[in-house]
Design a protein around this ligand. Structure first.
Ligand code: HEM
Length: 157
């Protein structure tokens, strides 16, 4: 992201008139866009909203050095596999988050939307990478159990 885009996202985040409402609005938008995702989440999402809000705040702070967050985002993405998040759900979640921020931002325009889209994508890509590595490791472990079928795989991991 360009320094200008990072600054625009930070200014926008600071200025969100009703910051504590971003996370609740995100879940509202997410379940409106894709009601079938509701069952993945606990009935009461209050605690999750706090976690989600905290990870967005941390990402906004770290935009100029996302590599510092890569490892923890990859782990978060791997956990999401068990919670049932599919790759296509990330696209839905991105739309929901953009819609939530847009609804709460008085100074929204195309440039700001582009900057936010980049910021959200920068969080999601390492999460999806983490999910992919997690799945690939499961394949490697299974292959190692059956050397007659997969003779080239390492004996033990
Ligand atoms: C920007 C992308 C996302 C971020 C930053 C994010 C962040 C988080 C965080 C911080 C938690 C709580 C982790 C914990 O309690 O240890 C969580 C839980 C969860 N997330 Fe996400 N998430 C994202 C995308 C998604 C997507 C695309 C889905 C798919 C529907 C999803 C579904 C869930 C579920 C089901 C839980 C756990 C609910 C439970 O505790 O049972 N998340 N997420």
């Amino acid at each position: 992201m360009t320094p200008e885009a990072i600054a625009a996202v930070r200014r926008s985040y600071e200025g969100l008139a009703a910051k504590p409402q971003v996370a609740p609005r995100f879940y509202e938008e997410l379940f409106a866009l894709e009601p079938s995702l509701r069952h993945l989440f606990p009935a009461d999402v209050t605690l999750l909203q706090e976690h989600f809000e905290a990870s967005i705040a941390l990402a906004v702070r770290s935009l100029d050095d996302m590599s510092a967050l890569h490892e923890s985002l990859r782990e978060l993405g791997a956990k999401h596999v068990h919670w049932g998040a599919r790759p296509e759900d990330y696209v839905t979640a991105r739309e929901a988050l953009i819609a939530a921020i847009r609804a709460l931002s008085p100074d929204w325009d195309v440039k700001l939307e582009h900057a936010w889209r980049s910021a959200v994508t920068a969080v999601m890509v390492p999460m999806l990478e983490g999910a992919a590595v997690h799945t690939a490791m499961a394949a490697v472990r299974l292959a190692a159990e059956t050397p007659d079928v997969f003779p080239g795989s390492p004996a033990k991991l």
